[in-house]
Design a protein around this ligand. Sequence first.
Ligand code: ANZ
Length: 816
Amino acid sequence: ERRYDAVAAQERWQRYWEENDTFVAADDGEKERRYVLDMFPYPSGDLHMGHAEAFAMGDVIARFLRLQGYDVLHPIGWDSFGLPAENAAIKRNAHPAEWTYANIETQAGSFRRYGLSLDWTKRLHTSDPEYYRWTQWLFLRFFERGLAYRKASPVNWCPNDQTVLANEQVIDGHCERCGAEVTKRNLTQWYFKITDYVEDLLAGLDELSGNWPERVLTMQRNWIGKSAGAWVDFAVDGRSEPIRVFTTRPDTLYGATFMVLAPESALADELVTDDHRADFEAYLEKTKQASEIDRQSTEREKTGVFTGRYATNPVNGEQVPIWVADYVLADYGSGAVMAVPAHDQRDLDFARKFDLPVRRVVDTGDADPAETGVATTGDGAYVDSGTLDGLTDKSSGIEAIIAQLTAEGRGEPAVTYRLRDWLLSRQRFWGCPIPIIHCPEHGEVPVPDDQLPVELPDLRGADLAPKGTSPLAAATDWVNTTCPICGGPAKRDTDTMDTFVDSSWYFFRFTSPGYTDGPFDPEAVGRWMPIYQYVGGVEHAILHLLYMRFFTRVLHDMGMIDFTEPMQRLLNQGQVINQGKAMSKSLGNGVDLGKQIDEFGVDAVRLTVIFAGPPEDDIDWADVSPAGSLKFLNRAYRLATEVTSAPGSDPATGDQALRRVTHQTIAAVTEQITERKFNVSVARIMELVNAARKSLDANGGGDPAVREAAETVTVLLSLFTPYVTEEMWELLGHAPSVANATWPAADPALLVEDSVTCVVQIKGKVRAKLEVAPDVSPETLEQLALADANVQRALAGAEIRKVIVKAPKLVSIVPA
Ligand code: ANZ
């Protein structure tokens, strides 16, 4: 029994593909172009099962498009700056560069072995000076457009990594990378003004609907967090300016019985009276330790302090006490809220704790919140609400009160967003230096374009351990420079950029990685982009995708590209887990990709990953069988070894039943791959292998229909298992490579069913069912029906008045 030698095949075809540039995009205009991209990897360690899955999925699509006749760009590179590399380097006492580039080589070797149809000529690393030169160039363009700026503000601070984190990198109050609890610090930091693009980014999501997973669109919308309502002004005794609050429920204004300020807001500090200052200061200190998520949790016991001051409710003139509480955040709305305990749960919890009045102003039909402790938020009739009394639904209530407040000059319609500007500076070494020089005379001065890149100082042997200031500050020779404007002494900015900046534009550069006149060749981008298919984990659904969409829009507004969304389609593959749990060192349930490949071969591992389930679903390695995959591949391989007819022999002269299975499989698999139902298509190919086996055993290897089936199996399967199918293609007498084959077309004539069921009725009653050819003529069908024994019996010799024939499904007989 012949089996294929996985290791030999792997080595042989890797070499073949590279020597022959099999997967290098032609980019010559002969074929329509398609750009397929997998999210590029971090070089921390070797490839793991997660990469195995994601890249197998992307490769199916790239290979499919290529066989369908497209010129496919399927590049690979490394997101090689960043904390994981730096932390690992510190731990091992190595330079991040050495560690990073060594890992890149390891991963590159593994990617090669994994048999991906990658165009290696497009390779890039974000930590290469020729790459980050353009990251800096882009930063400066953003700076010129007012889209990069510095400001002092309380920022998320990871005490373990000793660095600032973007809001997006704080997960449930903890550092996304190391899990340490995040605290707040006041620092001057660089920001990208992504909020300028908030409406564009929202509108773009609507265009993507249908081609991006709905849940990703929802996550982005929620992250942007647009909310409509009103600004309402509350006058304060002894202060010329009123306090503005943002509310989504201005219609509940008559029920506002107190006001709450964020502890760290300037307003709180200003308003608190001397009597209450000590309590306030103590409370403020405590607030700094709480995470944003905790602060907003409805579960948490409410805390707060009274300021000693009162404000005036603008609609009823009532004096309401002003409190300070940490459930109000400083950087949302105005950092101040009107509290309506009857209709807002957090306000109600607070009111009950501190004995503040609860006044119901919307009668929703539920029991009084003052008694139940449950705030009511639905529609209902307004009560004790002045001009609103008589209205019965929120939208008219909100509209009416906004009109009234606007007319009186005490408020106006408002829209707010949760999205904040993107904090991009990091106090770390292994990142892209910010190309700004600080001059005592001229302030923030851009490094001139012709002096880019500002390369990282060597700092070899220096202590990179986090200290709260950037390690770059230690490189005094590097830091001390001259001002490009006046030539006077000046200092370089010592922060580096968030690595999300690097990954916000890499996909542009893949179209023209050697380009030296800009970050990318606009013509190459014009030819290849937008990306046809992007593949990657849902963990990047918010941050990375939002940032790359933002960059794309800025580049569009700079006139460098003519589209606004970078990718048409998005596929989020699931995770590979084991025994029902995410793989982890502590659980000891890790599955080593390298070992799996050593044991079963690349093809079997790839097939297993694809066959396990729909691409979006998690794969539990405990439930799958690479050994079973290997067995199937050997079965398919054996088929190819037993075909004896000559290439090009006419399948029409062979087993017609097998031909029908072959063409139905082609039709089904083509549709399934297009719909990303990869696992289902594997099952279909397995059935075809079985049918071909049967026919081969019955009719021999010389039957040309068996050849057709074996060739079809080879080409279809090559999307998943490149090595064994290369071997099969060769065995079948074809010149290499199967990657250059043509995706087979299903012959429509062979797709029709063998027979259909025809119903024969007499006086409307079903008397017989006939199996007939789908293209049976009405005359033949009538004869067949009348000759049927059951029909004869039912007619019992009666004369026939009329026969209605609707071929091929129905014959209706009307006796006289
Ligand atoms: C009064 C009110 C009555 C509210 C009511 C809600 C229900 P979204 O939808 O998330 O935008 N709010 C405003 N600024 C805040 C801040 N800085 N920190 C915490 N909460 C703040 O939420 C808007 C609502 O959240 C606002 O509407 C305000 O409470 C509160 F029956 O005002 B509302």
